[in-house]
Design a protein around this ligand. Structure first.
Ligand code: SF4
Length: 293
């Protein structure tokens, strides 16, 4: 039993077993030069009646659902009242529900007041996924992210203050060779400042249809990182992250050279040793054909 989804449909890897309701379609920004996820869609918000009837239908077929993910690209862009009514309906339908989550952009969090975010948390939105991509302002501008490092820090702090579990994504290789050191250093700085509960590191992978635009917007020759250079960047990033409380770090996305993960700060040394080992054994790298964004 599957809903009549409006494809393409995306969700974070950790939501692979979640029930998905599309409350918005597409991405309200849709301009990041490295991302083609919602290029075929115009952003729109689905009528409440449609969402409610899908919740009711799924309530009959999957009454024991524990996790729900609200799609598409930035469900948090929905008006607070509307979003609260969706969350309340989900909580009232699935008795065993443990977690409701969605993607968010920095601007979605910044546009809502602290009270609005707290009321969303109180209604039962537990977790938000936010793409930091890079902590370096020059790179953020070159990839037309639509946010600065300060906006990212401020929005993530707002999310944490409201009580959300925060999962942040960064993209290895996003600055190419020219900015690799800056990317690692400044991204580590931003992550250390925010201290997300989860950190996910992906590796830059572009579908052929957006490569030209990405290179043009970058504004200078983009020199992609080789696999061993991606590992160097990951090494520098992990080395520079300073956290006091536990954050789960995962570089196990399909786009990555190799799956690496652990809990920072405790597993830092072990992860760094693994990267050194991998650099000495390139035969362990995931074949390129198996890597995707
Ligand atoms: S990366 Fe996120 S914010 Fe940027 S275009 Fe893609 S979905 Fe939208």
């Amino acid at each position: 039993m599957e809903l009549a989804y409006d494809y393409p449909l995306y969700r974070p890897p950790s939501e692979s077993r979640s029930l998905i309701f599309q409350v918005t379609l597409g991405c309200s920004f849709n301009k990041c030069s490295f991302c083609d996820m919602y290029r075929t869609k115009n952003y729109s918000e689905r009528p409440l009646e449609e969402i409610f009837s899908e919740i009711e239908l799924m309530g009959k077929h999957f009454p024991h659902t524990r996790r729900v993910f609200l799609a598409d690209g930035d469900a948090l862009n929905l008006g607070t009242e509307k979003l609260i009514s969706v969350i309340t309906r989900i909580r009232g339908t699935f008795e065993s529900i443990e977690r409701i989550s969605c993607y968010s952009m920095p601007k979605n969090l910044l546009q809502k007041s602290a009270d609005e975010l707290k009321s969303l948390k109180a209604a039962g939105l537990d977790m938000v996924y936010l793409g930091i991509e890079s902590g370096n302002d020059k790179i953020l501008k070159k990839v037309t992210k639509g946010a600065t490092s300060n906006m990212i820090i401020e929005s993530c702090k707002k999310a944490k203050d409201a009580g959300f579990i925060l999962s942040c994504m960064i993209i290895l290789g996003l600055g190419g060779k020219t900015y690799s050191a800056d990317h690692a250093r400044d991204t580590a700085k931003v992550i250390s400042n925010i201290a997300p509960n989860y950190i996910g590191a992906l590796t830059l992978y572009m579908e052929p249809n957006i490569e030209k635009e990405f290179y043009e917007k970058f504004g200078e020759t983009f020199l992609p990182l080789k696999d061993n250079e991606v590992l160097d960047e990951l090494y520098n990033l992990i080395s520079d992250i300073n956290l006091e409380n536990d954050s789960i770090f995962r570089a196990n996305h399909a786009s990555n050279v190799y799956a690496i993960g652990g809990t920072l700060p405790n597993d830092k040394k072990e992860m760094l040793q693994k990267i050194i080992h991998l650099k000495e054994h390139p035969e362990l790298f995931k074949p390129k054909i198996l890597r995707r964004f």
